[in-house]
Ligand binder design. Structure first.
Ligand SMILES: [Zn+2]
Length: 209
């Protein structure tokens, strides 16, 4: 904004975008409705940062038991064995299934951690009025949003496990309590990303100049 003082944000121009149909509406009062679809229009999502932070903390909390409790219990050569995410990855490595180990590691560990970290960075930069280029931070937000459905890769992992069962290494497989926490963690991060209002990233920019 420093390069071009003429550029105003929609908020400064008194315009609010309808988050349902994307129409720009002139905001005249607090309970403004979209002239196109009648959805409620506001300049910024109500308490966006608080909701995003709360959902992110819930996700971080769920991530701990998701890793500590067994995510699956499988019977191999008659011995029942519980496996956490990390010990499961270790078993895949021992079986020489390196690509599977890599997919599980990325889907179950790197992607969720990356999302939670990304959300925390976004919250902190908005809260502290960071001067880091909002373009880069918007890109980070898009990345977090993009990663959302990729947590579903775990469904793919279950399919892979079923294939392993059919190969005869393992005779039966059951989901452990860790799987429920993992599912909760995925849902919480999706709510966190949904609560975040990316327009906040552009607000700090104008306060100083
Ligand atoms: Zn609308």
């Amino acid at each position: 904004m420093k390069d071009n003082p003429q550029v105003k944000t929609a908020k400064q121009a008194g315009l609010g975008q309808c988050l349902k149909c994307h129409k720009l509406n002139v905001i005249t009062h607090k309970d403004q409705r979209c002239t196109c679809c009648q959805a409620k229009v506001s300049l910024r999502k109500y308490r966006s940062l608080e909701y995003t932070l709360a959902w992110t903390i819930a996700a971080v909390v769920a991530f701990i038991p998701a890793n500590l409790y067994p995510i699956m219990i499988f019977t191999s050569l008659g011995n029942p064995e519980a496996s956490t995410i990390l010990s499961g990855i270790e078993s895949f490595i021992q079986l020489g299934m390196y690509p599977v180990a890599l997919v599980v590691f990325i889907a179950s560990f790197i992607v969720p951690l990356g999302k939670m970290l990304g959300l925390l960075i976004l919250i902190v930069t908005v809260k502290t009025g960071s001067k880091v280029d909002p373009k880069h931070r918007t890109q980070l937000y898009h990345l977090v949003e993009f990663l959302g459905p990729w947590s579903m890769l775990d469904v793919f992992v279950v399919a892979l496990m079923a294939a392993v069962v059919n190969l005869g290494f393992i005779t039966s497989i059951e989901a452990g309590p860790g799987a429920s926490y993992f599912a909760l963690m995925v849902i919480f991060t999706m709510f966190a990303a949904e609560s975040f209002d990316p327009r906040l990233l552009w607000d700090n920019q104008n306060n100083d100049d």
